[in-house]
Design a protein around this ligand. Sequence first.
Ligand code: SAM
Length: 283
Amino acid sequence: MSALRRPLKSLGQNFLVDGNIIDRIIDAADIHPAQPVLEIGPGRGALTSHLAERAGRLMLIEFDHALAAWHRQQFATTPTVSVVDGDVLKVDLAVLLAESPERWNVVANLPYNISTEVLFRLYNVHSRLERMTLMLQKEVGDRLVAPPDCSAYGVTTVLLGLWFDISRVIVVRPGSFHPSPKVDSVVLSFVPLSEPRAEVGDEDLFRAVVKSAFSMRRKTLSNCLKSAEFSSIISSGELLELCGIDGRRRGETLSLEEFALLSRTLSEMLGAAALGGGHDSGN
Ligand code: SAM
């Protein structure tokens, strides 16, 4: 593009300039002509023209107004490409994705400062997705593929792991971008599951349990759950006992199945408490 403005650090503008990496991402995205594709943060279009060539329909969401206007101009005569000039954290993704009955293929080299928030938003629309190929800061990506009982294992590992098969495509070094970031990046492939990996019951409760278990990483599970909102209604000690989970363990040692068991049991206990109006504050 002409009249290039300096990349904006505030918008995480590290543009891909490495043809090999671009090819690897496009290959991994496995785009079929019938599939609609969403690119978040197309930037200067390193991936965009490849996506436009392959996709039956391409939607771009770009927060940088100048870049969004540039893409609009580029694709003015291409009716299959639409541009949303906006913040991916503010738009209603469910509404945008409802524009096509087909499930979407999401491709993005995400701005690092908002990547975890974007992941949660995409998690919320998992049933509308066919696949995601996302570039993330390596540290964030490592968390998503971490096994239990290691420091990288956390809220995003458990929540995203419930609904996606996640695999590593390639590690990307700083020299593949302009300007170069200070850290390595990784491209991950996310394939949504048709059923959740574990039966969690109420997903809001599951999220609440997982978030509270990791809320104080140095504290025991028992202490973490005591400060969760639901512990004013039910005893977290009883919850752990019913699940046969030792409260002295730390949240990061629990498997997805154990979190699912906690969530289902919590749901039953809350149901019983609502019926009986009873409340054991013994924690
Ligand atoms: N896809 C391009 C590439 O690979 O070269 C650009 C990637 S750059 C890391 C991130 C892009 O996301 C930038 O174009 C930036 O303007 C855009 N962006 C930043 N914050 C955004 C937000 N909240 N919503 C939508 N786009 C955003």
